[in-house]
Design a protein around this ligand. Sequence first.
Ligand code: ADP
Ligand code: MG
Length: 231
Amino acid sequence: MNQTAKIISQAKKEGRKTLLETEAKLICSEYGIPVTKFSLAKNEKEAATQADQIGYPIVLKIVSPDIIHKSDAGGVIVNIKTSAEAVAGYKKIVENAEKYKPDAKIAGVLVQEMAPQSTEVIVGAVKDPQFGQTVMFGLGGIFVELLKDVNFRVAPITADDAKDMITQLKAYPLLNGYRNAPPADIDALVSILCAVSRLIMDYPEIKELDLNPVMAYPKGAKTVDARIILE
Ligand code: ADP
Ligand code: MG
């Protein structure tokens, strides 16, 4: 059995609907979606060793089936630059999580490569009761939340569909080299959208998928956070 099928069936067995970021990113990798390097630390010493291995700066994040929005729980620390900071960060994140939700199960802390800042985009999927699996694309932050500048297509989509979803956004100029922003690698984004489409067609039990954010670079793109919810 492949990795994706294993992860999904394991979650079902445990009665979990939300996959952990580690699980969602492993699935992304299997579908060819670029993600940040990561490893799961079970204690502060492991956090320091893994941070040394990945290379600084790194990001630490809470991994808990009971915490979906990690920053709300004080569960994300970016720009950690030394192993001493990694140790302190591990403690702080676990402490914050315990305060936020005293009965939360904590699987550990995710140590991950810090992706350089760039234009943030969101790739999503939702299962619509009427249309079935749909793919979504938009720019991060206010563009999605405030301006609702997003495009949807019913899956499966072709590369041309994906390209239309991107270029038909009102904010598209921001991906095309507006002022001092470097142009984004549109082909890399097209390839992520097509991979998400394949994934949700292969696994109709995926109810929601959120790659938020994906950093769009002049060459390539990288998924920084991934969430998958099963029905
Ligand atoms: P959540 O959405 O659950 O609160 P995220 O994993 O999206 O948590 O982290 C919150 C924010 O921290 C992201 O939107 C991003 O700006 C930043 N961030 C998280 N992980 C990384 C990373 N590996 N590299 C760079 N920035 C990151
Ligand atoms: Mg996020």
